[in-house]
Design a protein around this ligand. Structure first.
Ligand SMILES: Cc1cc2nc3c(=O)[nH]c(=O)nc-3n(C[C@H](O)[C@H](O)[C@H](O)COP(=O)(O)OP(=O)(O)OC[C@H]3O[C@@H](n4cnc5c(N)ncnc54)[C@H](O)[C@@H]3O)c2cc1C
Length: 352
C-alpha cells in the first residue's frame, strides 16, 4: 500500500512525545523519513506517566499518576501490545478490581485484560523513543508556514529547523494553539473538551486493609483508587531497606476537581485523604501511617467530547494532528490516531 521511501526521506517534525506522537514518529521513521521529535517535559510517554520518589530510607517509590492501565480491543493495537509484552515492556495487571457506592463494595468484571507498563507506565514511552531523535524539555511554539516549509522554534525563540511535514500530537486545546497556521484543523481541535483530575499519590508504612487493588468510586470526591504496588514489577522495584511498597494513587472525580482546581494543595490533599479514610473505614479498617504524599493536577486528563476522525490531516499544507481526542479518550485511541496520521502522510506521498 505504501511506496518505500527513498534514501533521502522527508524532514518531519513531531510535536509531543506522548503515545500518539511516538506511534506516528515510529511509523514514519520506519519508512526512513528524518523524524525529529520535540517534547516539552523531561521524559517521553505524556499522560502515560510515572512519578518516582525516593524516601529518606533510600527506598524508591513509583506511582502511575496518569493513565492507570490500558485495554487493547482493536486487533492492530493488540498486535502491538503483544510485541511489547514479548519485550517485557508491558504486562497484564491481575489486580482485584471492585466498585464502591458509598456503602458497600462489589467486585468488577475481570474479563478485560488490563495492561500496564513495567516497572511503571512511563517505561513504555521511554522504550518506544529509544532509537528516535528526541529533544526533551523543548516547548515548541506554533509552527509558521514560510516559503513552502514549516519553521519551528522553541519558547525562547531558538530556531528548531525547517520541516516538510509536521505532526502535532498535544492535547486538543494545546494543539489548537499550535495549529494557528492551519486554521481548519485548529477549529476542529478547539471543539474538544477534557475533564481535569486532581491526583494524590500516597506511600504507607503498612498495607492498606482493602480487599481490592483498584476501586471505581461512585460517590464523593474520589473516582478511582489503586494499590499501585500490586501492578507487575512494582513490588521488586519498590523494595528498599523498608521494603514496604505500599503505594496508592487516588484520582478525584471530575466535577469535584473542577470545583477545587484552584484550591491550595494541602486542602485538596486533606479532602481526598479524608474520603479515602472513609472508604477504608467502611471496609472495616483504618489507614496506616503515611510515609510519603504528593499531589498533581491534570488540567487535561480524559477527553469528554472526542472527534470521530481518527486523525486530522491537511494535505495542501502538510500538517496534521493526532491524539486520543481525534479518536476517543484512551491510550489505545491515542496510539491508533498516531498510526492513522502517519498512514495518511505516507499514503499522500505514495500518491504523489
Ligand atoms: C489521570 C488520568 C487517568 C487516565 N486513565 C486512563 C486509563 O486508565 N486508561 C487509558 O487508556 N487512558 C487513561 N488516561 C488517558 C491516557 O493517558 C491518554 O489517552 C493518552 O496517554 C494520550 O496520549 P496522547 O499522545 O494523545 O497525549 P499526551 O500523552 O498528552 O501526549 C502529548 C505530549 O505533548 C507534549 N506537548 C504538549 N504541548 C507541547 C509543546 N508545545 N511542545 C512540545 N511538547 C508538547 C506533552 O508534554 C505530552 O507529552 C488517563 C489520563 C489521565 C491524565
Amino acid at each position: 500500500m505504501i511506496a518505500p521511501a527513498e534514501e533521502r526521506g522527508l524532514r518531519i517534525a513531531v510535536i509531543g512525545a506522548g503515545l500518539s506522537g511516538l506511534a506516528a514518529a515510529r511509523m514514519l521513521a520506519d519508512q526512513r523519513h528524518r523524524v525529529s521529535l520535540f517534547e516539552k517535559s523531561r521524559g517521553c510517554g505524556g499522560r502515560a506517566a510515572t512519578r518516582r520518589a525516593t524516601q529518606p530510607s533510600a527506598e524508591t517509590l513509583r506511582f502511575d499518576h496518569g493513565a492507570q492501565y490500558f485495554t487493547a480491543r482493536d486487533p492492530r493495537f493488540q498486535r502491538c501490545v503483544q510485541t511489547w509484552a514479548e519485550r517485557g515492556l508491558v504486562a497484564p495487571w491481575d489486580g482485584r478490581i471492585g466498585a464502591f457506592d458509598g456503602d458497600s463494595f462489589t467486585p468488577a468484571g475481570q474479563e478485560t485484560t488490563r495492561w500496564v507498563g513495567v516497572p511503571g507506565m512511563s517505561a513504555l514511552g521511554r522504550a518506544l523513543a529509544e532509537d528516535l531523535e528526541v529533544r526533551l524539555q523543548t516547548r515548541v511554539r506554533p509552527p509558521r508556514w514560510c516559503r513552502g516549509r514549516w519553521q519551528l522554534s522553541d519558547e525562547a525563540g531558538q530556531e528548531l529547523g525547517r520541516f516538510e511535514r509536521v505532526v502535532v500530537s498535544a492535547p486538543a486545546p494545546q494543539s489548537a494553539e499550535l495549529l494557528m497556521d492551519a486554521p481548519r484543523l485548529a477549529a476542529q481541535a478547539a471543539c474538544v473538551d477534557y475533564t481535569p483530575c486532581w491526583t494524590l499519590m500516597l506511600g504507607f508504612a503498612a498495607p492498606v486493609p482493602l480487599a481490592f487493588d483498584g476501586i471505581f468510586v461512585n460517590q464523593g470526591p474520589l473516582r478511582w483508587v489503586a494499590r499501585d504496588s500490586s501492578k507487575p514489577g512494582r513490588w521488586a522495584a519498590a523494595m528498599g531497606p523498608a521494603g514496604s511498597g505500599n503505594c496508592w494513587v487516588l484520582h478525584a472525580e471530575p466535577g469535584w476537581t473542577r470545583k477545587h482546581l484552584n484550591d491550595a494543595r494541602e486542602q485538596v490533599q486533606a479532602a481526598m485523604l479524608a474520603a479515602f479514610a472513609t472508604l477504608v473505614d467502611v471496609a472495616g479498617g483504618a489507614l496506616p501511617a503515611i510515609t510519603w504524599r504528593q499531589s498533581h493536577s491534570w488540567l487535561y486528563s480524559l477527553v469528554e467530547t472526542p472527534l470521530e476522525e481518527g486523525c486530522l490531516w491537511d494535505p495542501a499544507l502538510g500538517i496534521g494532528a493526532c491524539g486520543d481526542w481525534c479518536n476517543g479518550a484512551r491510550v489505545e485511541d491515542a496510539w491508533l490516531s498516531g498510526e492513522a496520521l502517519a498512514g495518511r502522510i505516507l499514503a499522500a506521498m505514495a500518491s504523489g
